[in-house]
Write a protein of this length. Structure first.
Length: 255
């Protein structure tokens, strides 16, 4: 079997000015919630406080029925990456607007950090920090045979501070109902090192071995899996990278 070998390289990108990366203030409302308002009203060097309010509405039905609306007011706290850290019932009035920049209505400033509400429908915190983006399109899909396959994933350090990388992990997971095992995935190359300066990019190479899939219930010998790549960095929560696969020629399970 021949592996497709991929070049590992670090590519210099144009330097960026410090700007504070915008993180969304995370809040997951219950099903049926309406009128959701998430906004940051205060900020310190450790976190953000604000509101995550919503209401629910339902009809009592029947003749003479009417609509019942219930409002939920909450005081919420987040870290500087927008991760929700606490939620308690309570009502807080919005402070005066300090400024408006593009979509961002800014309510509070602490040093180089800002918080408020984005008019596209979410609260935000801007804070100088490390950040990275997947330069390779995420969520790709491949049809491969039952043999070793390698692919490369490029990422860019596009925050305000250098990206420190503590670990890179990868795993194969089952997709669909007919596949009994997921195969195995390993990191076979990594040019990122432990520190990636702002404005640089690097490449992680993943090798996927579907041969360890025991068998498939598909009468056509198809198996389905995803390979998930994640980094442990100083950039806070960041979406992982996923590549999907259909594998052909997999042994068919005996009844």
């Amino acid at each position: 079997m021949i592996k497709r070998m991929l070049l590992l390289s670090i590519i210099f990108l144009s330097a960026q000015l410090a700007h504070g990366y915008e993180y969304k203030l995370q809040f997951t409302p219950p099903s049926g919630a309406r009128g959701i308002v998430v906004a940051g009203y205060g900020i310190t060097n450790t976190g953000v406080t604000g509101v995550c309010n919503y209401y629910t509405s339902y009809s009592t039905g029947g003749r003479g029925g009417h609509t019942v609306t219930k409002h939920y007011y909450n005081v919420c706290s987040w870290d500087l990456y927008g991760n929700l850290t606490s939620l308690v019932a309570g009502s807080v009035s919005a402070p005066p607007v300090l400024s408006t920049t593009g979509y961002e209505v800014i309510y509070a400033v602490a040093g180089a950090s800002q918080t408020g509400v984005d008019t596209r429908g979410f609260g935000f915190v801007n804070t100088p920090s490390a950040h990275y983006s997947w330069a390779t399109p995420n969520g790709g899909y491949n049809v491969i045979g039952d043999s070793t396959f390698s692919f490369s994933v490029n990422l860019s350090s596009d925050g305000d501070l250098p990206l420190t990388i503590d670990a890179a992990t990868v795993q194969a997971v089952i997709s669909g109902m007919v596949t009994t095992t997921a195969g195995t995935a390993t990191i076979s190359g990594n040019s990122c090192g432990t520190l990636l300066p702002v404005g640089y990019s690097c490449t992680v190479t993943v090798t996927y071995k579907p041969q360890t899939i025991r068998c498939t219930a598909s009468p056509y010998g198809y198996a389905y899996s995803n390979v998930d790549l994640a980094l442990v960095t100083n950039a806070g929560a960041n979406p992982g990278f996923q590549e999907g696969f259909t594998i052909t020629g997999v042994p068919i399970c005996d009844d």
